[in-house]
Design a binder for this molecule. Structure first.
Ligand SMILES: NC(=O)c1ccc[n+]([C@@H]2O[C@H](COP(=O)([O-])OP(=O)(O)OC[C@H]3O[C@@H](n4cnc5c(N)ncnc54)[C@H](OP(=O)(O)O)[C@@H]3O)[C@@H](O)[C@H]2O)c1
Length: 311
């Protein structure tokens, strides 16, 4: 079987995207073939296209990128036991996989969850790459529990806006950093206090935090040690642990990595119950021009929430 896919033939700028008819590889026993309805722009996919990770893993060209996927199961490997043909699912395509920027994508069954009927498939397509890291950082690594105080940096971003809601829903008091124009929206998502990262020095205002989630890095990461109480936890999505600072402030520092149970089912359940709100700032068609325009838009605008790609 063949598909029309949006490929890059080499690493480079967003002009590298073009459409090609390619063969769909045979499914492995635990894989699903998905007729793609929607996907999203992620900083990771942009980095992959630019070749920022080529020393860590190399793509065989032409490569089909796109990590977030939502759509219908149209075929399945012979060991798939959790999904049926016709199910609507979402999940994260593996980094060297047959990506979501295509008419058909290949998704491992362990990475997939069913999309409840009351969740729009377009919204399901922006969920995996924000829900998974946010949940893993807060609960699997950050061990956040009800009654604690947490600072979440980058609150208006995809991961930050998800983390605020998950933390609030778990009974934590949430502080966040963002640009002023997003303050009201972030309070509506559950933040008790929002600090303007352009003007406020959060480490001069906040203290005694049980946990910090850092999605920004650099000075924001380093200054975060100061606001933690002794024994607190700092989970960064972007910085390797600074053991010297961790020791000095008597806190634990962790980088988001490792394998955890797939939390997508729990999060999409909260979306279905109306406890988590998803924001799509702008949507583009899932074509080569659409992916180029969507990635350029993301890089040149301060997006609140996510940029979507949809059929
Ligand atoms: N390790 C992992 O597994 C993993 C997984 C997912 C994501 N990540 C990484 O996590 C980061 C965030 O991802 P995302 O999808 O949420 O990105 P995003 O949607 O682009 O959000 C980034 C947010 O950070 C804000 N920001 C920029 N500088 C800031 C500062 N100094 N203080 C506070 N906020 C600031 C931006 O606000 P303005 O627009 O107002 O400037 C924006 O809202 C990315 O670097 C991504 O690659 C890592």
């Amino acid at each position: 079987m063949q598909t029309n896919a949006i490929v890059i033939d080499k690493y480079g700028d967003s002009g590298e995207f073009s459409e090609k008819i390619v063969d769909i590889p045979e499914l492995k026993p635990k894989q699903l073939l998905i007729k793609v309805s929607s996907s999203s722009v992620t900083p990771f996919d942009i980095g992959v296209r630019k070749g920022n990770f080529k020393d860590d893993f190399s793509l065989s060209m032409p490569a089909i990128t796109g990590t977030d996927v939502a759509g219908e199961v149209v075929d399945k490997g012979n060991e798939v036991n959790k999904f049926e043909i016709g199910d609507i699912v979402c999940g994260m395509v593996g980094v060297k996989g047959f990506g979501a920027y295509s008419d058909y994508a290949i998704l491992g069954q362990s990475k997939a969850v069913k999309v409840p009927k009351d969740v729009d498939v377009k919204y399901a397509g922006i969920l995996p790459m924000i829900a998974t890291p946010a949940y893993n950082a807060l609960f699997d690594l950050g061990k956040l529990v009800s009654g604690e105080k947490i600072l979440i940096h980058g609150g208006a971003g995809g991961v930050g806006s998800m983390a605020i809601q998950l933390a609030k829903n778990a009974g934590a008091t949430v502080y966040t950093t963002a640009s002023k124009r997003n303050f009201e929206d972030l309070k509506n998502l559950g933040a008790s206090e929002v600090l303007d990262y352009h003007n406020d020095k959060f480490n001069k205002v906040l203290s005694d935090m049980d946990a910090v989630i850092d999605t920004v890095g650099h000075d924001t990461y380093k200054d975060s040690f100061e606001v933690l109480k002794s024994g607190g936890r700092l989970v960064s999505l972007v910085e390797e642990p600074n053991e010297e600072l961790a020791k000095r402030f008597n806190v634990s520092a962790m980088y988001l990595g490792g394998k955890f149970d797939n939390p997508l089912g729990k999060v999409i359940g909260l979306v279905s119950e109306g406890k988590i709100k998803l924001n799509i700032q702008k949507s583009f068609p899932l074509t080569a021009d659409g992916v180029r325009d969507a990635q350029d838009y993301y890089e040149t605008n301060h997006v609140f929430g996510k940029v979507s790609l949809a059929k």
